[in-house]
Design a protein around this ligand. Structure first.
Ligand SMILES: *Cc1c(COP(=O)(O)O)cnc(C)c1O
Length: 373
């Protein structure tokens, strides 16, 4: 089998989705599954839907197009504010999008009218993370403008936490978001199909002791794919952490001096002396690098340690018996490593346990990323 490759256990993704959908449903919250880290991989998206997700969310239009080309007809929401240059395509493939800019919403409305459609608008509110979002004091005004604009329909509001600024979704913040939903409705009339509370970082709050108020949706990627809480990095009990495995191949193994051999006082070489020299000096070189993965996001087996990586090589120091050339090594990945690996052109994706679930329809993916085994 070719390397590097990612082995995906589809049944584990379905299980992880089910595990989180059940308790959230009991609290009045739907799950919108986020596929951006897997580049809109259709079979993975299908597993999330089979597990009970009510719809999909994507950050990139190209990934949405991939989902559509594979025959997925479920609602797909664009969670990154659409680019002005892409509004026609956004309206064409997405039921709704998260928005923060009136200029974009106006262009979406015009595109929707041209296509004889109505595009849903969810207004993203700034709640402290300081990435995207409308300032709360401006929300009412903007909601009114959206309501007055033909071609678009106000579908709700949303917030995002713990992405850029690291602001955690506390009970007080979540109550403030519920209050905003009430305020906007008080001013503009009932709209609230969606009050989307946030991402995987919201799970402890959503499943905790507090009232969930008006929040009726969460957008979940990392928790479903990797079974971890993004804030603490802790495993979520009852969920699989190993739905994805990266397999890479050893291309050299050797005993090397622990310090680089310095031929010149060149700055680059001087910096390389900072490579730790306390570890065992058996080196394994794998045929992957920065172009394929985020090296620090790979799990290391006991006795192995990441020495470093370049664009196409990954170097591991080991205290273990050194593997022979051609040996496959397996790694688990964090979210950042997973997203880079899924997007890497040389990395194949192999699906395991891909028996269709009860709601599954045929998924066909003509893209090079997919290989059924
Ligand atoms: C990436 C993203 C999510 C999903 O985040 P996870 O941590 O993967 O659950 C949700 N909402 C927005 C706006 C995002 O950009």
């Amino acid at each position: 089998m070719s390397t590097p490759r990612i082995e995906v256990d589809i049944s584990k993704i379905r299980h992880n989705t089910q595990t989180v959908v059940g308790p959230l449903k009991a609290r009045g919250i739907c799950v919108t599954a986020v596929t951006k880290a897997v580049c809109g991989h259709p079979a993975i998206a299908r597993a999330m839907l089979d597990g009970g997700a009510s719809g999909l969310a994507e950050a990139r239009l190209s990934n949405v197009q991939r989902l559509r080309q594979a025959g997925l007809t479920c609602p797909v929401t664009l969670i990154r504010t659409p680019m002005l240059s892409q509004v026609d395509a956004v309206v064409h493939v997405c039921e709704a999008s998260y928005n923060t800019e009136m200029a974009v919403i106006t262009a979406l409305a015009a595109a929707a009218l041209r296509q004889n459609r109505v595009h849903g608008i969810i207004l993203m509110v700034e709640m402290g993370d300081l990435r995207e979002g409308i300032m709360p004091q401006d929300l009412g005004n903007m909601a009114q403008q959206v309501l007055d604009l033909p071609g678009v329909a106000l579908k709700g509001i949303g917030a995002n936490f713990a992405c850029l600024g690291g602001v955690a979704p506390t009970d007080a913040k979540m109550r403030a978001l519920s209050d905003l939903a009430n305020e906007v409705e008080g001013r503009c009339g009932p709209f609230s199909q969606t009050v989307s509370g946030g991402n995987s970082a919201n799970l402890p709050w959503a499943l905790g002791e507090f009232a969930t108020g008006r929040i009726n949706d969460l957008r979940l990627g990392e928790a479903i794919l990797l079974g971890v809480d993004p804030i603490t990095g802790d495993q979520i009990s009852g969920m699989f952490q190993d739905a994805f495995t990266l397999v890479a191949e050893v291309i050299e193994t050797d005993t090397k001096p622990v310090r680089p051999i310095l031929y010149s006082p060149d700055h680059t070489l001087a910096r390389m002396q900072l490579v730790p020299d306390t570890f065992d000096n058996t080196r394994i070189i794998l045929g992957i690098g920065h172009q394929d993965i985020d090296p620090v996001g790979l799990s290391m087996a006991p006795g192995d340690r990441l020495v470093g990586a370049t664009s196409d090589h990954l170097v591991i120091g080991t205290k273990n018996a050194s593997p022979s050339v051609g040996t496959e090594m397996r790694f688990e990945m964090n979210y950042s490593a997973l997203m880079r690996a899924m997007a890497a052109p040389d990395t194949q994706t192999n699906l395991h346990n891909d028996q269709p679930g009860p709601n599954a329809r045929a998924v066909q993916d003509p893209s090079r990323h997919l290989a059924l085994v």
